[in-house]
Ligand binder design. Sequence first.
Ligand code: KG4
Length: 340
Amino acid sequence: MADIILGIESSCDDTSAAVLRDGYLLSNVIASQDVHKAYGGVVPELASRAHQQNIVPVVSEALSRAGVKPADLTAIAFTRGPGLLGSLLVGTSFAKALSLSLDVPMVMVNHLQGHILANFIREEGVEPDEPQFPYLCLLVSGGNSQIVRVDSPLEYTILGQTIDDAVGEAFDKCSKMMGLGYPGGPVIDRLAKEGDPERFTFAKPQIPGLDYSFSGVKTSLLYFVRDEMAKDPDFMEKNKADICASFQKTLIDILMSKLIRAAKQTGIRQVTIGGGVSANSGLRDRLVAEGQKRHWKTFLPPRKFTTDNAAMIAVAGWFHYKAGERAPLDVAPVSRLSEF
Ligand code: KG4
């Protein structure tokens, strides 16, 4: 009998549900929350409330698009964390209620594992392009920046991570500072395409090992813009594209230098990226270029699976389900990775 997994994702500001049959995606529905745009960042209480409004219609839509009835489900996979607690509580509680009413087991998923396994989402009519184990994943999102060694779908080692801001946070905060809006990554990505990445230079951190730091580059941009604007109030407007291109290049240089070091240290040549920032055109191009130069095999998840989605939660949940894991009914969400 086929394994039909319902995935539920509610860790931040996207409510998503997906249905997977034996690893193949049947549907993936995402309700994004525009309410946060006016605040320049995610407002946790508004996010929880929007999840509460969205969760039932989103799950119904995912089942209906997949042509699957609730009684057909084999298991329910949900994001346990990390993320915003109030947001996670909505998905977790919904999964429990559905599990009890249908008498179907639940499996809990680490949100980051979902991003790491995004390349394993199979779609009918699309040739699978999946990394072989072990591989390295550069996991870059609004909450995390890590280099992860993946030895199997359920075995991970974090080789390096940020000691302060995540790279997505650097994109978002700097975009806000430049008056470009939220989320900042897509706007900076778009403007960077029209600018000169060599025009300005920003401070790069000197952090030992494979760890990252992004707070210094953020401050470097802040002081640079402040000083230039004191001389010419139109500086930002006139140089927006060059600032974005140069800032983005600095972030990519920082990310790639440690990834290259990790590949050298481990000897692993299968390399993937994941998380919201992996949608960045500059980063995707650079990964491919470095891969060609260094004889890596590189894997880019389709853009639609880079930001938060339940398809990746369903895939990760399916691996856990096949390994015999089940979540107890008293499971509670966790906001931090260290609590996993
Ligand atoms: O993975 P994600 O959807 O949410 C979590 O943080 O879990 O990532 C969101 C982050 C935001 O910081 C957003 O600015 C960034 O991903 N992002 C991008 C791009 N698209 C989204 N950053 C750079 N370039 C992009 N094209």
